[in-house]
Design a protein. Structure first.
Length: 318
């Protein structure tokens, strides 16, 4: 069977990674042309990682993979398109934890991440960092937790919006410590770090990428990572779990197919995704952007998505 070659679409870096993964995955699964849908917008960490990984992928992967970027509605637009696609293995979605949260916040929507799709593979996690101004009266996770407990209502924390992993992760911290901290939702993350540095808000929850350069420059304090895995370039930043054992929060990025996609195709696609993620190029690109590779099998991803959904549901309902 002959296959046509297409260049990777360059509309966003997320598109590039998906095309890179998809070309190899679909080739191994015997699929000639495929559509991969993503809700990621250009310019973010995921976008940059995807672009860098795609540029390193071998030309052997270059069987056709058409990428569509359908941003908006917290990934629901992209999810709706994929969920309604024929379950033949020709259409995939790269989604993230925001999709799980969106269903909980909008229970009447038809899309259900746990039933409308078949899990293919876990791909990445994006560590989150708690940052403060240099004059904040805490330098360690234990001191930070102690300050929150001792001073209810004194502090506020900024995130990129209501219902984000950043927001709900800090709400989990508040529930774990019995503390009261006022949430200040921003319209995006770009202004949070400057405002923490400037003293407009004492605490920020941001991606590690957004904070590390300013932290290393001494302009703000990186108090803790919200997940437990070590992050290259941030080895000196302790996990919040040092003060709250078991605490582990980070946005998860994963690959999904429409419900009903044949198991054998899903398994082949998943193995191909793993092969791409295991490459040195993928590791270097992930490390450069403060993201961790986190492959999981279809079965494990399904369990992880269900467990994460239950965790967010408890936070939202409480």
């Amino acid at each position: 069977m002959s296959f046509t070659r297409r260049q990777l679409l360059q509309s966003t870096g997320a598109s590039a990674l998906l095309a890179g993964i998809g070309q190899r995955a679909f080739a191994q699964a015997g699929i000639e042309t495929a559509t991969i849908v993503t809700g990621f917008a250009a310019g973010g960490t995921s976008d940059t990682i995807c672009r860098r990984v795609a540029t390193k992928l071998s030309p052997d992967y270059a069987r056709a993979a058409v990428v569509e970027n359908r941003t908006g509605a917290t990934g629901l637009i992209a999810a709706d398109l994929v969920a309604k696609a024929p379950p033949d293995g020709y259409t995939l979605m790269m989604g993230d934890s925001a999709l799980l949260i969106a269903k909980l916040l909008q229970p009447k929507i038809a899309i259900d991440p746990l039933t409308s799709f078949k899990p293919v593979a876990g791909a990445f996690v994006s560590p989150l960092m708690i940052v403060t101004g240099n004059d904040f009266p805490a330098k360690t996770p234990a001191e930070f937790v102690a300050q929150l407990k001792a001073n209810p209502g004194r502090f506020s924390f900024a995130t990129s919006g209501v219902g984000t992993v950043q927001h709900l992760g800090f709400e989990m911290l508040k529930q774990s410590t019995g503390s009261f901290v006022v949430h200040v939702p921003y319209r995006g993350a770009a202004q949070i770090v400057p405002d923490v540095i400037g003293g407009q808000v004492p605490i920020g929850v941001v991606s590690a990428t957004a904070a590390m350069a300013q932290s290393k420059a001494g302009k703000l304090r990186a108090v803790a990572l919200m997940n437990t895995a070590k992050l290259e370039g941030a080895e000196s930043v302790p996990p919040l779990a040092d003060a709250l054992p078991g605490f582990d929060v980070a946005p998860r990025i994963f690959v999904l197919a429409p419900a009903g996609t044949p198991n054998e195709v899903v398994e082949q696609l998943s193995a191909a995704v793993k092969s791409v993620l295991d490459s040195p190029e993928a590791g270097a690109a992930a490390a450069a952007q403060g993201t961790l590779r986190a492959y999981s099998t279809p079965s494990q991803l399904g369990k992880d998505m269900a467990a994460e959904t239950s965790r967010w549901k408890k936070i939202i309902s409480d």
